[in-house]
Each structure stands twice: as structure tokens, then as C-alpha cells.
Write a protein that binds this ligand. Structure first.
Ligand code: SF4
Length: 288
């Protein structure tokens, strides 16, 4: 990769490319000159992988001045239990809707055109599972399989999530699964701030309606959206947080685990904390 980015930004770009690769995207535009964009295949990247997807533009015009590296604030250990918000949360500023139901929320969403993501979608992926679940998983947004079926987490990453849920001693139908945005972003890119702002109030209503004991954020987008923080997920992954009276745990996205299987151990530790909170025990192995 050219040396025209600060190292931190270059690392984030590499992380994002790997994230896309996990989602099956291997074609990228590298240059937007007068002759149009040049389409090339993504080369494998060898350096260390970080799970946190980023929202920065992955290609900058050559005419732009070289970005100045941001000052890195010192991290004061131990990490606080509650992530300090960087501003008033989108969710916190909204009144809690009482007597709301998932059916009513889905009706209100309708054939939504509130943001530009509606243009490329096949089906709205509202959410799936138990409307009285004690445990809610929140992901980033639908992928190709989810867009085709109208159900969340049904592709490869979804199968892994199902295995994770079953390893906790639960069935998928006992939990609720949804995403920050309900329509598939083009090329599976991360949802943009205006899209998150348009769609996430419905997520808030879903959570309020279900009123789970525990929310598990799968990946950086879900965690950063709900917590309204710019901090990287690796800084608070695995820590108990609190949001609107719910216990919240952020962990890695299953798509990241497909790319980086050793991280499954970290996620399993996180899920075991969730199991303890919910009073779940590991299923006993049957004696042969
Ligand atoms: S992503 Fe959400 S806000 Fe945007 S069109 Fe789809 S349902 Fe509507």
C-alpha cells in the first residue's frame, strides 16, 4: 500500500479491507481520475489484523493534502466500566416508547425510504427471534444472504452466531437478533452516519420493546452506535457496560471470527460472562 497515509489510518484501511474480504468482497476501485475508476482485485494483506471496522474513506484523492496524524490521548488504566459518551446519545435524546411492540415498530417502519440504503435493498431485515428475549444480539447490517431472505445472520457469519448461541445452551429462537441498519449497504460497506441516524431509532424501539436483560453488540459498528462512542471496540470488549438500564457486552463480530479463528477464545470468554449473568450453565456432556 502506498505510503501516503499516516500509519494509523493505513492500519484502519487494512482492517477494513480484511473485513470486506470476510464478507466476500475482493474488488476495489483504486483511482478515480478523469478516465474513471480502475477496478482491481484486493491483494492479501499480511500484517496484524484488528477487528474494528472503520468508517473512513478508503481512497483519498491525490490532490488532498497529506492527513496529519491525530494526537493519541494516553489511556488511563484501569479501563472504566462505563464508556464515556462523546456527546448526547441519539438514543438517550429520544423518549422511551411505552407499550410498544415489535409488530407496531415493523408497521411504523413500513416500506421505509428514510435513507438512501432503501435503493439497493431486496428485503428489509427487521430482526428475528423471541419478542420477550432476555438476550439480544445486535449486528451491523444485512449482507447478501440476509438481504435475499429478509432474515438477520443467515450467511456464514450467521451460522457461526447460531453455533455460539447453541454453545451457550440456548436455541436461536430463544434470543432476538437484529442490526443497526435494516437494509443492506451497497458492497457491504459500513453504514454511514446519516443512515445510522435514520435507522437506529427503530433499533432503540426494538430494544425497549423487548426489554432484555443483556445486549450483546457484535462488532464495532453496533457498539459504537449504541454507546455513542468513537473508542475502538478492543478498548472495551469483554467489559460489562450499562446502557439505558440494560447490561451490555461488546464482542467481536462473527465475520471477524471467520477470518481470525483464534479470537473465538476471547468471544467465548465474553459469552461465558453473559451466561453467568443470565444464570445459564454449560450443557453437561452425556455419559457414553
Ligand atoms: S436502512 Fe433503515 S432507515 Fe434506511 S431505508 Fe432501510 S429501514 Fe429505512
Amino acid at each position: 500500500m502506498p505510503e501516503r497515509f499516516p500509519a494509523s489510518l493505513q492500519q484502519k484501511i487494512e482492517d477494513r479491507l480484511r473485513y470486506y474480504e470476510d464478507l466476500g468482497i475482493r474488488l476495489f476501485y483504486t483511482d478515480r481520475g478523469p478516465g474513471g475508476a480502475t477496478l482491481v482485485a484486493q491483494e492479501p494483506i499480511d500484517s496484524a489484523f484488528s477487528p474494528a471496522p472503520v468508517h473512513e474513506e478508503t481512497v483519498l484523492p491525490k490532490s488532498m493534502p497529506k492527513p496529519v496524524p491525530a494526537k493519541v490521548a494516553p489511556v488511563a488504566p484501569p479501563f472504566p466500566l462505563v464508556v464515556p459518551p462523546t456527546g448526547p446519545s441519539l438514543f438517550e435524546t429520544m423518549e422511551k416508547v411505552t407499550d410498544d411492540t415489535l409488530l407496531k415498530i415493523r408497521e411504523d417502519l413500513g416500506e421505509c425510504t428514510r435513507c438512501k440504503l432503501h435503493r439497493g435493498r431486496n428485503k428489509i431485515v427487521f430482526g428475528d427471534g423471541n419478542p420477550k428475549a432476555q438476550l439480544v444480539f445486535v449486528g451491523e447490517g444485512p449482507g447478501a444472504d440476509e438481504d435475499a431472505q429478509g432474515l438477520p445472520f443467515v450467511g456464514r457469519a450467521g451460522k457461526l452466531l447460531t453455533q455460539m448461541i447453541e454453545a451457550m445452551g440456548l436455541q436461536r429462537k430463544e434470543v432476538y437478533i437484529c442490526n443497526v441498519v435494516k437494509c443492506r449497504p451497497p458492497e457491504n460497506r459500513a453504514p454511514e452516519p446519516d443512515e445510522v441516524a435514520s435507522c437506529s431509532p427503530f433499533l432503540m424501539r426494538q430494544i425497549d420493546s423487548i426489554h432484555p436483560k443483556v445486549i450483546v453488540c457484535l462488532g464495532a459498528t453496533a457498539a459504537k452506535t449504541i454507546l455513542n462512542t468513537t473508542r475502538g471496540i478492543s478498548q472495551f470488549r469483554g467489559e460489562w457496560l450499562e446502557w439505558r438500564g440494560h447490561k451490555l457486552m461488546a464482542t467481536y463480530h462473527p465475520a471477524y471470527l471467520l477470518r481470525n479463528p483464534p479470537a473465538k477464545a476471547d468471544v467465548w470468554k465474553d459469552l461465558q460472562k453473559v451466561m453467568a449473568e443470565l444464570g445459564l450453565r454449560l450443557p453437561r456432556k452425556s455419559k457414553s
